[in-house]
Design a protein around this ligand. Structure first.
Ligand code: HEM
Ligand code: HEM
Length: 172
């Protein structure tokens, strides 16, 4: 394998893992009900397995790997606010928040299924919170990767429109 292909592999695997987590979560969420409980159980355990795999891979990942665990920090976030240089700190905050809250939703589901039926209500509540964290995550990544570009394009389109309607003399 070439060096380039080798360095891309962890990124590709992380994307595959993301699809596994997101797909299983969505199935678990939409099948959460008595009629589709078997599917809910299957998808829920698939979420739990994905979070465990991420945790173990994070422990084993070498420096510089995309599999290193996200490490949000208050001091680094405040420093970023004043310089605005480097990666937006919300990437790491969102990744950590999602892994914790989704992990809790899956663990409480597994416990409610087995040893602690009283966890059913906390499980439902955490699952709802995790859905909102995911909505926030999707909004944030869409904004960071696409939204700013669209706004830039829209602004330059407006600027060209304003210039084209000005009388020609004022342009000189
Ligand atoms: C349209 C839907 C989605 C898009 C476009 C999306 C996009 C992304 C992107 C671009 C990243 C990498 C962010 C970075 O550069 O650090 C990411 C990370 C992540 N996403 Fe999503 N995502 C989506 C849905 C979901 C869903 C449904 C879940 C959970 C069930 C989820 C959970 C996560 C987690 C936990 C991470 C952090 C990965 C890690 O470093 O461990 N995402 N997502
Ligand atoms: C992150 C993954 C999961 C999500 C998003 C999720 C979501 C939910 C939601 C929203 C409910 C409420 C359903 C209702 O309206 O009554 C629920 C119920 C439940 N879930 Fe999960 N769940 C997940 C994982 C699991 C796992 C791994 C198990 C283990 C088998 C599990 C077992 C249960 C049980 C026992 C209930 C109560 C069922 C009932 O009242 O009929 N869940 N889940």
């Amino acid at each position: 394998m070439s060096e380039r292909a080798g360095s891309r592999l962890p990124h590709v695997l992380l994307k595959a893992w993301h699809a596994w987590l997101a797909g299983a979560f969505l199935v678990a969420y939409v099948t959460a009900g008595e009629d589709t409980y078997a599917m809910h159980q299957f998808a829920g355990y698939a979420v739990l397995a994905a979070v465990v795999v991420r945790f173990l891979a994070g422990l084993a990942a070498p420096a510089g790997s995309p599999w290193r665990p996200p490490r949000p920090g208050l001091r680094a976030s405040l420093a970023w606010l004043s310089t605005r240089k480097g990666r937006h700190p919300l990437f790491a905050w969102f990744a950590a928040l999602l892994l914790v809250v989704i992990g809790l939703a899956a663990v409480t589901g597994a416990l409610a299924d087995g040893v602690a039926a009283w966890l059913e209500h906390p499980h439902e509540a955490i699952a709802e919170v995790s859905l909102w964290a995911i909505v926030g995550h999707i909004t944030f990544v869409t904004w960071m990767y696409a939204g700013r570009k669209w706004i830039g394009r829209l602004m330059s389109w407006f600027a060209s429109l304003r210039l084209s309607i000005l009388p020609r003399e004022t342009l000189r």
